[in-house]
Design a protein around this ligand. Structure first.
Ligand code: PLP
Length: 459
């Protein structure tokens, strides 16, 4: 959110900090004098305690738990600037290991020269991947002496808002294909029908933000293969596996969505979602380093040696890299699989109990990732936005939002079942959900809901 101008006269009042510093401070202006460390700590600590409880936040895909050892590694590396690999070569080495491990997990062929980078999250990964595809398209068109003024990118309305952001920020025409109102994902034929020689890439999502459903990447790939053989158009696929990338390889290893497919040239995954690391860490992987144009890699020598960088930001903390590597070696494939199996079985338990509630219809029952969505069977006295606000009074954060174009009249509630969501919590949530529904049908509690902007589910 963009912060707005606020009144400089407004004050912040402490509570326990008053024992050491008994004065309010300006909320929106730099105060002249400081205060004792303990007072400053208390002032901030008490205020932030009012945030929601992460364990009760059923809206987020993002990790809220790490083991003590992972936390220790996080703190031990938080003060290192990751970009400075001349000073901190060891942490850079761990990044290289992880890029290799993930490329192999996503079945990059050993014959290819795969490459990748850590990022701040999937959004940065997606922007960097699509920028590379834009550059490759531009070079291809220039070599054929063709017009380069009208690049486009084709993706479904079921993608995350970052796809629209990329198109706007990097001046590419977004061809956003409406979703199918039954499957709630984009239809592969409709996607590929919109491809032409100005298409820089086709987007596919493995685990949409809206329902957790998968795009049929294999089908999209075969349609693009056909297009290539019939019309000579060779268009890459970028797979947004922000959520599923740390789940599907462990629980559905035979599902073909990754570098096994000929047109899949780049993949992103969020380390801070089911990679089980605190935010913000994401990964971007190229099937072959040659898909990352040299023009986009900048070399700087002001931190020591000549370092190649392909990032939107320059400095960032090295804190998350070590916990990511920790999780990989600590859990192994079987550990990630166990955690995923547990989350999936809790999600399906929750979905089955919600299906028993007369007013509710389950829309997605954790088919591939532990996401459950549900809607009202018919119009009730209250909306799901009201229900979202009502469960908040029990501490639960559960978003209600409308689906994208073609199903925009459908409002859903979504629960992301993370590792912290036990059967006990599921039962407690169900109890509170039913109580909130009873209260709403008999009372006038109103709420505007905590949905994000229209047509985009919060992440
Ligand atoms: C499918 C999908 N893509 C991209 C993103 C953006 O990821 P990040 O928050 O890591 O930038 C999300 C976030 O929820 C997502 O669900």
């Amino acid at each position: 959110m963009v912060a707005k101008k606020m009144n400089p006269e407004k004050k912040v009042y402490g509570t326990y900090s008053n024992r050491d510093f008994n004065k309010p401070i300006p909320e929106f202006a730099f105060q002249e004098e400081g205060m004792a460390a303990r007072a400053a700590y208390e002032m901030i600590h008490e205020e932030l305690k009012l945030d929601g409880t992460p364990e009760l936040n059923l809206a987020t895909f993002v990790t809220t738990y790490m083991e003590p050892e992972a936390k220790k590694l996080y703190m031990e590396n938080a003060h290192k600037n990751f970009i400075d690999s001349f000073e901190y070569p060891q942490i850079k080495k761990e990044e290289t290991r992880i890029v290799n491990i993930l490329s192999r997990l996503f079945n990059a062929p050993e014959s290819s020269n795969f490459a990748g980078t850590s990022t701040i999250g999937s959004s940065e990964s997606i922007m960097l991947a699509l920028l590379a595809h834009k550059w490759n398209w531009k070079s291809k068109m220039q070599a054929q002496k063709k017009d380069i003024s009208k690049p486009n990118i084709v993706f479904g309305a079921d993608t995350h808002v970052v796809w629209d952001k990329f198109a706007r920020y990097f001046d590419v025409e977004p061809r956003v294909i409406p979703i199918d109102s039954t499957t709630m994902v984009v239809n592969p034929e409709k996607l590929v029908e919109n491809v032409d020689e100005n298409t820089i890439a086709v987007g596919a999502v493995l685990g949409t933000t809206f329902t957790g459903a998968f795009n049929d990447v294999k089908k999209i790939n075969s349609l693009l293969e056909k297009l290539k053989s019939e019309k000579g158009l060779d268009v890459p696929i970028h797979v947004d596996a922000a959520s599923a990338g740390f789940i599907t390889p462990f629980i559905e290893p035979d599902l073909e969505w990754d570098f096994r497919l000929s047109h899949v040239k780049s993949i992103n995954v969020s380390g801070h979602k089911f990679g089980l690391v605190y935010p913000g860490i994401g990964w971007l992987l190229f099937k072959d380093g040659s898909d990352l144009p040299d023009d986009l890699v900048f070399y700087v020598n002001y931190l020591g040696n000549d370092m190649p960088t392909y990032t939107l930001n320059f400095s960032k903390s090295a804190a998350n890299i070590a916990p990511q590597y920790y999780n990989i070696i600590r859990l192994g494939k079987s550990g990630y699989r166990n955690i995923a199996d547990n989350m999936m079985s809790n999600a399906r338990y929750l979905a089955d109990r919600i299906a028993e509630i007369p007013d509710m219809e389950v829309v997605s029952r954790a088919d591939h990732i532990p996401v459950v969505t549900f809607k009202q069977k018919e119009k009730c006295k209250y909306s799901l936005f009201d229900l979202s606000a009502a469960v908040r009074s029990f501490g639960w954060i559960v978003p209600a939002y409308s689906l994208p174009h073609n199903a925009q009249n459908t409002v859903l509630m979504r629960v992301v079942v993370r590792e912290s969501f036990s059967r006990d919590l599921a039962d407690l949530f169900l109890e509170n959900l039913k109580e909130a529904m009873n209260n709403l049908s008999g009372s006038k509690i109103k709420g505007s809901g905590i949905s994000s902007r229209k047509g985009h589910a919060v992440s």
